[in-house]
Design a protein around this ligand. Sequence first.
Ligand code: 13P
Length: 255
Amino acid sequence: MITRRKLIAGNWKMNIMLSEGLKLANSIDEYINSQESPDCDLLICPTALILSDLSEKLINSSIAVGGQNCHAEISGAYTGEISASMLKNSGASYVILGHSERRHGLNETDNMVQLKVTAAQNAGLNAIVCIGETENERETNQTIAVLTKQLENSLPSDSSILNGTNTIIAYEPVWAIGSGKTPTNDQITEVHNHIRECLDKIIGEQANRIRILYGGSMKPDNAASILELDNVDGGLIGGASLNAKDFCAIVSAID
Ligand code: 13P
C-alpha cells in the first residue's frame, strides 16, 4: 500500500511583510524543532517579495517555501508578472496555482491554470492545483461535475509528466474560504474520493501517490477530524497560517 506523507501548507495571501514574516517563520521553525520531527511536510507561501529572505532564513529548516502564482511563459514582455523559474531562483520549491481568489477574482480559466502548471513543473516546481465549487454550485448539486471539469482541464494534457512529487491537488470549496464554514466530513470524503478516482482515470498508476489537500477554514479545532479522513493528505491553510500558535496546532493535529 502506498502511504502519502501529509503536507501542511500556509498560504499567507497578500498579508505579512518582511520582518513579521521572518518572525513568524522563525516561531514555526522553533516549534517544529522542539517536537519529535513532525510526520508531515511543511510549506509556507508568502508574498513573492519576501520569498528569497524567507528561504534564506529557512535554509537549514525542514520548512519549504513556495509562490502563490506564476506566469505561464518562461520570460518576456509581461509587465508585473513573475515566472516559475524566478520563483525557483528565489528559493521556492512549490507554487499554488488556480486558487479561487484568482479564478473568481481575476477570471483565471482552467486553460490558463493548465499552462501555468506546465510552466511550473517544467521549471522544477511542485504545483499545488486548486479546485473548488461555489456555494451556488453546491446548492444546485453541481459540485462533482464542476470539480471534475476543473481537474481534467487544469492538469497538463501530457499526464505522463505528473507524479506524486510535482503535482498536488487542493480541494478548496469557495464558500468555505475565510468564512468559518466547512463542509461536513462526509462531504469532504465524497469529494476527495472522487478526486482520487478522477486522478486514476487521468494519470493511472501515479494517481495513488498524488496528495489531495483540503483547504477552507481549517483551524486548530477542526484540523484533527479533517486530516484523519481517507484521501485527505494535508491542508492548505489561509487565516490560521498567519499565527504561529494556530498553524503549529494544525501541524500537531496530525497523529
Ligand atoms: P482560510 O483558511 O482562511 O479559509 O483560507 C483557505 C485558503 O484559501 C488557502 O489557500
